[in-house]
Design a protein around this ligand. Structure first.
Ligand code: NAP
Length: 421
């Protein structure tokens, strides 16, 4: 007797392009079902875990995440194969896959469409992510990926200034890069990738390291084709062992006139609104202040042109000596920006985080939450994200707002942006 032949399944396999990926970890952190992992070489997707929900697609700053190959399920690329890739494999002819799956008599195109359509209907990515996946309605249109690993651009260092007190443990630098005649249009909230010279222990070039732009769209100096970065020298790894950061040390040691290899720009959602009555509620720690500096400075320049929206900033650091831009920040007029600093390691003082400062200013934060012109930005340590969202929830609920409804609306309307590492 003939046994029924089990159907050969076709899979729309989710893959990450190793040539464009800047290894920022956003996809791994966003994936709600832990289908993404990485080694020291690549970020990869587990074919047997990924359900194609696409929650990771929009937060990816480069678009490297949005790659799909139609394969026979039995022949799906394993994560070990993906770890070894330097580039994505080409799509095998769909006709061959259809033939192997026994569907030649149907339309080969149906093989390509069916699996993706099935997963798209199942999950609303909005419900899986914590921040907005769209920019504010009035944001300017960003350029992304103008320069990639294979064709980077060279910038010249025109400034490198220490931002933190020499006596502090933290060494943070403000680095200004000039692009000369090369186009490098950016917006506040975007980032760039730096390719450090040299190679890894196994002789491969270093992967790009990502840094947020700390200057406004019209230049660190208005009218110049330059931008600035906020870079902290890394001297320890995540476990606290002594380890020199490959790119951060390279950048902090650069001298005026040195050249740097740059890719990017990246990022199309963590962008500021452009309508003049929009309010910015900015919450950051340490070097996460880079995009807040860019937005604040842009609004300071625009203020002269009639921007009326409010700016409220919560900024956390260990001590005042370690807070980047402490001097210039505290000199900004109070009627321009409402600045609230939180220091966690001031000798003799209790630990204070940004979320503690937010609770102290609950009435004013609630007023902003109630205003539909408010746009919220959170940038810095990953650990702060839970605490800040919790503080926002408490403040909203204690002032008569339904947080879950508001949270959904903030995400849909591009009014809550999270960038934490
Ligand atoms: P940091 O100096 O290590 O820390 C800043 C402050 O955050 C400290 O006071 C710290 O307190 C506090 N903190 C720790 N856990 C917290 C929590 N759960 N909630 C609230 N506050 C908390 O900061 P950093 O080294 O500059 O790091 C900033 C982060 O921003 C990094 O993860 C970096 O990757 C990221 N970032 C950088 C850029 C850039 O362009 N350079 C851009 C975007 C994001 P204690 O340590 O005293 O507990």
């Amino acid at each position: 007797m003939n046994m029924p032949v089990p159907p050969i399944e076709v899979l729309e396999q989710h893959l990450i392009d190793p040539e464009i990926c800047i290894r920022c970890n956003t996809c791994e952190e966003t994936c709600p079902i832990d289908a993404i992992t990485h080694d020291e070489n690549n970020y990869v997707v587990k074919a047997d875990v990924c359900n194609g929900c696409r929650a990771c697609v929009s937060p990816c700053p480069t678009g490297a995440i949005d790659n799909w190959r139609t394969v026979l399920k039995l022949e799906a690329y394993s994560i070990d194969e993906q770890f070894r890739w330097d580039e994505l494999p080409a799509q095998k002819p769909i006709g061959d896959i259809a033939a192997a799956a026994g569907t030649l008599e149907t339309d080969a195109a149906a093989v390509l469409d069916a699996p993706r359509a099935a997963v798209e209907l199942e999950t609303d990515p909005q419900s899986l992510v914590r921040g907005a996946q769209v920019p504010p309605w009035s944001a300017a249109k960003p350029y992304v990926n103008l320069y990639a690993h294979k064709a980077p651009v060279t910038a010249t260092v025109v400034g490198n200034y220490g931002l933190t007190d020499e006596a502090s443990d933290n060494d943070v630098h403000h680095i200004v890069l000039d692009f000369g005649a090369m186009p490098f249009p950016v917006l506040e909230g975007q980032s760039i990738g730096i390719l450090a010279p040299g190679t890894t222990a196994d002789g491969k070039p270093h992967h790009a390291r990502q840094y947020s732009i700390a200057s406004p769209r019209n230049g660190e100096r208005p009218g110049y084709n330059n931008l600035s970065l906020t870079v902290k020298r890394v001297t320890r790894d995540h476990d606290g062992n002594l380890a020199e950061g490959v790119c951060s040390n390279y950048l902090c040691d650069l001298k005026k006139g040195d050249t740097v290899t740059v890719i990017g720009p990246f990022g199309s959602t963590f962008l500021m609104p452009n309508h003049p009555n929009s309010h910015l509620l900015m919450i950051c720690t340490g070097t996460g202040s880079a995009p807040m500096r860019a937005m604040t400075e842009y609004r300071r320049r625009r203020r002269l042109e009639g921007a009326t929206g409010k700016l409220m900033l919560f900024f956390g650091a260990r001590t005042k000596e370690e807070l980047p831009y402490f001097g210039p920040l505290t000199k900004l007029p109070k009627d321009f920006i409402d600045t609230n600093l939180a220091f966690s390691r001031t000798p003799g003082q209790p630990k204070r985080y940004v979320q503690d400062a937010m609770r102290e200013r609950a009435a004013d934060v609630a007023r902003l939450l109630k205003d539909e012109q408010t746009y919220i930005y959170v940038c810095g340590l990953r650990g702060m994200e839970d605490g800040v969202l919790q503080a926002l929830q408490e403040i909203a609920e204690s002032h008569g707002l339904d947080w879950s409804g508001l949270w959904g609306r903030l995400k849909r309307e591009g009014r809550l942006h999270l960038e934490t590492y």
